[in-house]
Ligand binder design. Structure first.
Ligand code: SAM
Length: 227
């Protein structure tokens, strides 16, 4: 049984995919997809020995050993050429770490048709990496779970160059088109946090004027997006 967040990630995995789940931890995602008959084969990559050993045991005990292959590896080094991986999931990490893993694994991305990414923070940095490497954003979702709002970004190699504005990099080009209640909640929360910081630094003996102007500008941009 997948969490709501992982269920939305799973919904973007194409039927019959050859999947690599990088940073798989318990391998919940590939195990659920294999049980549901949705994937052909999966590699579950994990860089930390403890979680790797646990998932290797769980996979063996569940009888999925033929379909889900655990690998102890850093990032996309978990993917071998004869795996013929076409779909990569990287979920539950910071956007900067995800971008870093993609950057260092470009060789392994050669035959990959779809990236399904779920950054916990740092989404603009990740979108900037996708744009710089010609991965076009095909879908974006916001999921609220246990009081957290998560972003899910689905990207595919683009034959043509394209350009996102700074505004689109910050909010998400497709999330901006739809907005909706979770979008509003996420960015209202952001505004409240920035206002709290602003109040705090305004109370200083010598308020840092430039920093305050920066915060006010950031808040204004978000207010405009919410208008
Ligand atoms: N993907 C699962 C999910 O979304 O529920 C687990 C997320 S868990 C918070 C992040 C996992 O990524 C941890 O198990 C961590 O050890 C692993 N990880 C972090 N950096 C990694 C890297 N460079 N390569 C592979 N795994 C990594």
């Amino acid at each position: 049984h997948l969490s709501k967040r992982l269920a939305v990630v799973a919904s973007f995995v194409p039927q019959g995919a050859r999947l690599a789940d990088i940073g798989s931890d318990h391998a919940y995602l590939p195990a659920a997809l294999a049980l549901a008959g949705k994937i052909d084969q999966a590699v579950a990559g994990e860089v930390v020995a403890g979680p790797y050993q646990n998932m290797a045991n769980e996979i063996q005990q569940s009888g999925l050993g033929g379909q889900v292959i655990p690998r102890l590896a850093n990032g996309l080094a978990a993917i071998h050429p004869d795996d013929h991986i076409d779909t990569v999931v990287i979920a539950g990490m910071g956007g900067t770490l995800i971008a870093d893993i993609l950057e260092r694994g470009q060789k392994q991305l050669a035959g990959v048709q779809r990236l399904i990414l779920q950054p916990n923070v740092g989404e603009p940095r990740l979108r900037a990496w996708l744009q710089a490497h010609r991965y076009q954003i095909m879908a974006e979702r916001l999921v609220k779970e246990d009081g957290h709002i998560y972003e899910i970004i689905v990207a595919e190699p683009s034959p043509v160059p394209f350009r996102y504005s700074d505004y689109e990099l910050q909010f998400g080009p497709l999330l901006l088109e739809k907005k909706g209640p979770i979008f509003a909640e996420k960015w209202q929360d952001y505004i409240q946090r920035q206002i709290a910081v602003l109040k705090q630094i305004a109370a200083a003996k010598q308020p840092p004027v430039a920093k305050m102007e920066q915060l006010k500008a950031a808040i204004a941009i978000v207010k405009e997006a919410l208008a």
